[in-house]
Design a binder for this molecule. Structure first.
Ligand SMILES: [Ca+2]
Ligand SMILES: [Ca+2]
Ligand SMILES: [Ca+2]
Length: 272
């Protein structure tokens, strides 16, 4: 009897851990919702219109040891998740010459095992390092506009990295992720030069069911899902991208008024 109760408790815990997305929407400082902050010297930062701005200079340590403003969170609650994503929307003014110093901007999905996803982002170029022994991937990006970065992970079978909905790299990972005491960290840093990095959001968790309207995989379609649905709305016949497959009810790649009508019909409120 005791074993049965324990087993059912474990099931509930596993189920609640599975159905989740963690989102930082940059409407408050990251540490207010559980990110752990770590700084070097005196980085400036401020919030404006739903964005977090970080300004870093080649400061008190003197080059090459400038300001750094870092955040980290454990993602151990997603260990064993078969379909995991990380998506972030940001831009930076930092020069690509800073990339060798792991600056100006970084987002890293780290582990103590053989699997790692490590993105160093400059104004017009991104470096992607994976699993240490895998070839480094470089890609150019359009400067002075924000980009949507998305990593999708399917157990030990497949990773896919997108920028603005276009596949930049994909393949077989070194291991499933999240695993091996996983954490996600991101930061702005000055190596030799100053820069300003701005973040609109950082979201991660279970990849939602296609055409479900249920962004956060908690088995309802409610106002929490609507917040993210709004981000996905496009003109008819415009591809809404991999981050919006869940919102495309009729499966024609856009998220238009027809999908919105489906979303309204599926809307259950939080009691599901
Ligand atoms: Ca935002
Ligand atoms: Ca939901
Ligand atoms: Ca559609």
């Amino acid at each position: 009897m005791r074993i049965q109760i324990l087993a059912s408790m474990l099931f509930v815990m596993a189920a609640s851990a599975r159905g989740a997305v963690v989102s930082y929407e940059c409407t408050s400082f990251p540490e207010e919702i559980g990110w752990i902050r770590d700084t070097f010297c005196e980085p400036d930062r401020y919030l404006k219109n739903g964005w977090l701005f970080q300004h870093v200079e080649s400061g008190c340590g003197g080059p090459p040891n400038g300001d750094r403003d870092s955040y980290v969170a454990s993602v151990a609650q997603f260990e064993g998740e078969e379909e995991f994503f990380i998506e972030w929307h940001m831009q930076t003014t930092g020069d690509s010459s800073e990339i060798d110093g792991v600056a100006p901007a970084l987002l890293s999905a780290w582990s103590f095992g053989p699997v790692l996803y490590h993105f160093t982002i400059a104004k017009d170029q991104v470096r992607f390092i994976r699993d240490f022994d895998a070839p480094t991937v470089w890609t150019d990006i359009e400067p002075d506009v924000p980009h949507t970065y998305r990593l999708e992970l399917f157990g030990a079978d497949l990773y896919v990295w997108y920028i603005d909905g276009q596949v930049i790299d994909s393949g077989i990972p070194g291991a499933a992720y999240p695993s091996f005491t996983p954490s996600i960290s991101w930061r702005a840093k000055s190596w030799f030069l100053e820069s300003t990095t701005q973040w609109d959001y950082i979201r991660y968790g279970t990849i939602p069911e296609p055409s479900s309207g249920d962004f956060d995989s908690d088995d309802d379609v409610d106002l929490d899902d609507y917040y993210f649905f709004q981000d996905c709305i496009t003109q008819p016949n415009i591809d809404a991208g991999p981050g919006c497959v869940w919102a495309d009810f009729d499966g024609d790649s856009d998220v238009d008024l027809i999908d919105f009508a489906h979303f309204q019909a599926a809307f259950t409120g939080s009691d599901g």
